[in-house]
Write a protein that binds this ligand. Sequence first.
Ligand code: HAH
Length: 338
Amino acid sequence: MSINRKDAMPKLHEAFGGSFLIGAAVNPMTLTTQRELLSQHFNSITAENEMKFERLHPAEERYTFEEADRLMAFAKANGMAVRGHTLVWHNQTPDWVFENSSGGKADRDTLLARMKSHIDEVAGRYKGEIYAWDVVNEAVADSGDEILRPSKWLDIVGEDFIAKAFEYAHAADPNALLFYNDYNESNPEKREKIYSLVKSLKEKNVPIHGIGLQAHWNLEHPSLDDIRRAVERYASLGVKLHITELDVSVFQFEDRRTDLTAPSEEMLEQQAERYGQFFRLFKEYSEHITSVTFWGAADDYTWLDHFPVRGRKNWPFVFDTEHKPKQSYWNLVEAARS
Ligand code: HAH
């Protein structure tokens, strides 16, 4: 009797079922090209781009929900959870949001009113269906003394734009879990800024329930120790932790090569070792970590194909370009059993 290969290949979300959700970021193309893989291995999805301000709300009086609604229907048909990404961000937000009718800078009250109507409309539409939202994305500065990065939100509204966003989101969907989400989250300097920001929001009774660790990592950075210290530091605030945008680039930050047409054996081995370490750590902290989302699903499509080196392909996931399991996948299965 032959063994069905799929029987021997556990679904990722089942392997980690007792610990956390396993998610993937999707877009209108991958919802088609990766449909089978997504429905097999993932029990949560996030819109890579389709729920960002510029996509949903291109002009003041115009909302465009078609693609986002398609994603919601896919999730529903497959019994998947949905994480919302993202309500307030300095990127991928149209200029009209920050401008007055004569093209100058909008005033604080106008900008806050626009933030509120955007959040009401978007979080309200998916109320009860999107269980967690990245309310504010990437507001913290990577380096320097300032906690917050310069942005139009900060410039026009002031520091309380963050608290306001959470308050509006909570009012729009009182049952949704609300997250602050950022990258370089395991860098000790930035970690402390994110920690202070969230601590001060909690002290002001702002409705915030979690921290999203984007986890755009590579073969060496951040170190496992720095990741552990970040998880512990954030968990000490008594908030939930979501790993929101996991990928493991096969290139070091300094590596600018563009000639590789496939990952080397060495890269794949190192990547598998890293994935094993990460998921053992996530399991260890699964009391705090309740969801792990990859920023894609398989190596045929990743935002890293263009970033930060133009025209360079990357292979950051645990499924290859043909959706077959890599050694990284098997290391996850092993971590799940540990
Ligand atoms: C993330 N930023 C964003 O949260 C996500 O919305 C986007 O699709 C991809 C990555 C990470 C990032 C960046 O945009 C710029 C510099 C560093 C990191």
